[in-house]
Design a protein around this ligand. Structure first.
Ligand SMILES: [Zn+2]
Length: 258
C-alpha cells in the first residue's frame, strides 16, 4: 500500500505538468499495476503455480508479474539483452552480466534465425557482395559469411553462412538481383562471373570497398568473428542467428518479444 501512495505523489507531480491528472490517478487507483512493455493498465489474471499473482495487460495482452524470481522473464533484462547486439561480447560474458543462464541467452539469440526481412530497395542502386571467413568449432572448420551491401544506404541484404561455392553464393546474388541493381561490385573470386550478368558486374581488387569496411565492424562487434578469438561459434545456426540479429533486429524492435 505504501508503494501505491508513494506512486500517487510521484505521479501527481508529473501529471501536473502533462495536465491529465484525473485519468492517470484513476488508473493508478483502479489498476495497481501498469504494463512493463506498453505502460497501459493491467488486470489480475490468475496465479502462478507458486502462488505469485499474475497480471495481464489490457492493451497488449501480455502476461506479467510484479517482480521476477528468475531474471530471464523480466522485460527489463530482455531490454538489456538487445543492447548486446554490437558490444563484441561473447555469449558467456553477456549471460553472466545479465544474470541469466547461457542456455537462455543462446535461445534468445537463436530466435533471430527467423529474422528474414523482406528488403525492397529502389531500382538502379549499387551493391557490393563479399565474403568474410571464419571458423566454427575449430580452426580447420572454415566457413564463409557472404552478404550483399547497399553502398548508398549502408544496409545489408542477403546472407549465407556456409561454403564458398556458386551454390552458396547464389542466394545472396539472387536477392541483390531481385532489386534490379545498376552495378554489383565484387572481388576477383571466380564464382561470381557465373552468377552476375556481365553488364552489371564490376570486378577488381579494391572494387568492393564499402563492404570491406563493414567486414571490419562485423569483426569488431561480434565476438565470434573477432580475429584471434577464443570463442568461435559452436554451430552454424548460432553464427547465422547472431549475424541476422546484428543486421536486421533494429528493423523489428519487438522481434525478440514475439
Ligand atoms: Zn501492455
Amino acid at each position: 500500500m505504501d508503494k501505491i501512495i508513494l506512486g500517487c505523489i510521484k505521479l501527481s507531480d508529473e501529471v501536473r505538468r502533462t495536465r491529465i491528472v484525473l485519468p492517470s490517478l484513476l488508473h493508478l487507483i483502479v489498476y495497481s499495476m501498469m504494463c512493463k512493455w506498453c505502460n497501459c493498465p493491467c488486470v489480475k489474471a490468475g496465479k502462478q503455480k507458486d502462488g505469485t499473482q499474475k497480471y495481464q495487460c489490457k492493451s497488449c495482452t501480455k502476461y506479467q508479474q510484479r517482480a521476477y524470481r528468475y531474471l530471464a522473464y523480466d522485460p527489463a533484462v530482455h531490454d538489456q539483452f538487445r543492447r548486446f547486439e554490437d558490444m563484441g561480447v561473447g555469449v558467456n560474458k553477456a549471460a553472466k552480466f545479465l544474470q541469466i543462464s547461457v542456455n537462455t541467452f543462446q535461445k534468445w539469440v537463436l530466435k533471430a534465425e527467423n529474422l528474414k526481412p523482406n528488403l525492397c530497395f529502389p531500382k538502379g542502386c549499387t551493391y557490393d557482395i563479399d565474403e568474410v571467413q571464419t571458423y566454427i568449432g575449430k580452426r580447420e572448420n572454415k566457413y564463409w559469411i557472404t552478404y550483399g551491401w547497399h553502398v548508398d544506404l549502408h544496409a545489408p541484404i542477403g546472407l549465407n553462412v556456409g561454403g564458398r561455392s556458386s551454390r552458396d553464393l547464389k542466394g545472396v546474388v539472387d536477392e541483390v538481383l531481385s532489386n534490379q541493381p545498376k552495378k554489383i561490385n565484387t572481388d576477383r573470386y571466380l564464382a561470381y562471373p557465373g552468377l552476375i550478368p556481365q553488364k552489371l558486374h564490376s570486378r577488381g581488387k579494391r572494387k568492393a570497398n564499402c563492404i570491406e569496411n563493414k567486414h571490419k565492424s562485423l569483426r569488431k562487434d561480434i565476438a565470434y568473428l573477432i580475429r584471434e578469438t577464443m570463442c568461435f561459434a559452436k554451430s552454424r545456426r548460432m553464427l547465422e542467428a547472431r549475424i541476422r540479429w546484428y543486421f536486421w533486429a533494429k528493423m523489428e524492435p519487438d522481434f525478440f518479444l514475439k
